[in-house]
Design a binder for this molecule. Structure first.
Ligand code: AMP
Length: 193
């Protein structure tokens, strides 16, 4: 099964994608995690992505599309995957369609975690506090000012994709503000897992 999980920053995509991936036995492909790993490793991709990620903007499409194309080609993704945080622009969505179509494949379902924006700042603040509580540094972009930039990027680029996937009939909407277990149950139901 090939699934896309969408939603604004702080909507719980990472948590839900991990749970659904474990349930379905397919990998969770998080472009945010892949890019953070590239930044930490100091690769060429990481060097291209670092400043824009720290400012809350979007990494250029060609960089992200190349990362996803090579990850999707790995053996563990041959039986399906759940994409978390990709696509985020119309160009990325079209590139994803093209790479899947080239292999005779397509997406099965796109899930939007719908979350009221007012709740997101609280969630990001809690996420940063939890990281500190574990003795880990919080993500640099889990900060109120940068969250604003990330929300702007979501509104100006990614929100339109919801409409695009709605038109293709692939979109399912789930209330992302419900308790975590209820969200997982609902996501699993809408994707038929
Ligand atoms: P995330 O962990 O999904 O919130 O992503 C963290 C940051 O990585 C984002 O704010 C972007 O700077 C970058 N990023 C992740 N996925 C993408 C994507 N599909 N397109 C562009 N930038 C991305």
């Amino acid at each position: 099964m090939r699934v896309v999980l969408m939603g604004p920053p702080g909507a719980g995509k990472g948590t839900q994608a991990a749970r659904i991936a474990a349930r379905l036995g397919i990998p969770q492909l998080s472009t945010g995690d892949m890019l953070r790993a590239a930044v930490a490793a100091g690769t060429q991709i990481g060097r291209k992505a670092k400043a824009v990620m720290e400012s809350g903007g979007l990494v250029p499409d060609d960089v992200v599309v190349a990362v996803v194309a090579s990850r999707i080609a790995e053996a563990d993704a041959s039986g399906g995957f759940i994409l978390d945080g990709f696509p985020r622009t119309r160009a990325q969505a079209e590139a994803l369609n093209a790479m899947l179509a080239a292999a005779g494949l397509g997406l099965d379902v796109v899930v939007e975690l719908a979350v009221d924006e007012g709740a997101l700042l609280d969630r990001i603040t809690v996420r940063a506090e939890e990281a500190r509580g574990r003795g880990e540094p919080p993500r640099k972009d889990d900060d109120p000012t940068i969250l604003r930039a990330r929300l702007n990027a979501y509104r100006s680029e990614t929100a339109q994709l919801v409409k695009y996937y709605e038109e293709t009939g692939l979109l399912k909407r789930v209330d992302g503000l419900a308790p975590i277990d209820a969200v997982t149950t609902h996501v699993a139901r809408v994707i038929g897992a």
